[in-house]
Design a protein around this ligand. Structure first.
Ligand code: ZN
Length: 310
């Protein structure tokens, strides 16, 4: 079990912070304005969101203006209610569609959900029940992941404001550009680029020290989105999981996705079935990363499906 006390605030520039999850758990961020905080993601459950909120308030600024979501996944949005009771929630329009697809068309602030199927679909994608066969032992890991008491109830705070493609906060000497780069880690992923500071928050477009989840992603789109990030003039990149890094690590992560794509494309060219690809495609250089054993089969399965239909 993760020691949540290791999660904490890291200052990246004056008025710009990242909240780094313990042991590779999900990150969040916050930008200070004269009137209050713009919060970027809200942590993976209510107690951690409360810890994040308290850390921000401890700096002396106690008002909150906006909650921005990098994507819909539960481990970035289950703390929304801690922030969103009195503030607008801003996300790409596809993120709102995901809330509606999984939690119901009329999903509203404060609605709560306890069903395993809804929670696991919101954490890993609504296609997960089609990805992992019923009765497959792979389900055990997903059941235990969502089985901890902090995840018993998911309280929704869906986006109240949405945009397509691009949205900019103009904050005096600083701006924060929210940019949609197409389907990638899931769909609706955005990056938050602070050009004057040389900082970009990329959400789950980047995992540092952990093998990524691609089960509801688009492998080609993800590789291309990271190509865009690699072209930004930034010095600090805040991933969705793991410590902040630079563009070198973005390139290395992109190389891993390319290796995965090439492995699956090779399996398709060799005429392998999806099951054969799951059995045969290996990423020898990355097998020791946490989550590789649990997630690789489903990443291969999803990549096989997207490349096969391309
Ligand atoms: Zn995610």
């Amino acid at each position: 079990m993760t020691n949540y006390s290791d999660a904490g605030l890291v200052q990246l520039a004056e008025g710009v912070h990242a909240f780094i999850g313990a042991g590779g758990d999900s990150n969040a961020g916050a930008i200070q304005t004269p009137d209050g905080w713009i919060v970027l993601d809200a942590q993976q459950h209510v107690p951690l969101a409360e810890k994040f909120r308290a850390a921000l308030e401890d700096t002396g600024l106690r008002s909150f203006l906006w909650l921005v979501l990098t994507h819909y996944h539960l481990d970035h949005t289950a703390g929304n209610s801690v922030f969103a009771s009195d503030m607008p929630v801003l996300a790409h329009q596809i993120t709102l569609e995901k809330f509606r697809e999984v939690l119901g068309a009329g999903v509203s602030r404060g609605d709560s959900f306890t069903e395993f199927e809804k929670k696991v679909s919101f954490l890993f994608g609504p296609n997960i029940t089609g990805l992992i066969p019923a009765g497959d032992p792979g389900w055990d890991w997903f059941r235990s992941r969502i089985g901890e008491p902090e995840y018993a109830t998911y309280i929704a705070a869906p986006p109240t404001h949405t945009f397509a493609d691009r949205f900019t906060f103009h904050l005096g000497r600083r701006s924060a550009v929210l940019e949609y780069l197409g389907p990638a880690h899931c769909d609706g992923d955005i990056v938050v680029h602070l050009p004057e500071d040389g900082i970009v928050f990329v959400g789950d477009l980047l995992f540092v020290g952990r093998f990524p989840w691609l089960g509801d992603g688009d492998i080609e789109g993800w590789i291309s989105a990271l190509g865009h990030v690699a072209g930004l003039d930034v010095r600090q990149v805040v991933p969705g999981h793991g410590k902040p890094v630079g563009l070198k690590e973005v390139g290395e992560f992109r190389d891993m996705l390319i290796a995965l794509r090439d492995g699956v494309a090779g399996a398709l060219q060799a005429g392998m079935s999806e099951d054969e690809a799951v059995e045969r495609v290996r990423l020898a250089n990355y097998e020791n990363l946490p989550r590789y054993p649990e997630w690789m089969p489903w990443n291969v399965r999803n990549a096989y499906r997207s490349l096969n239909s391309a």
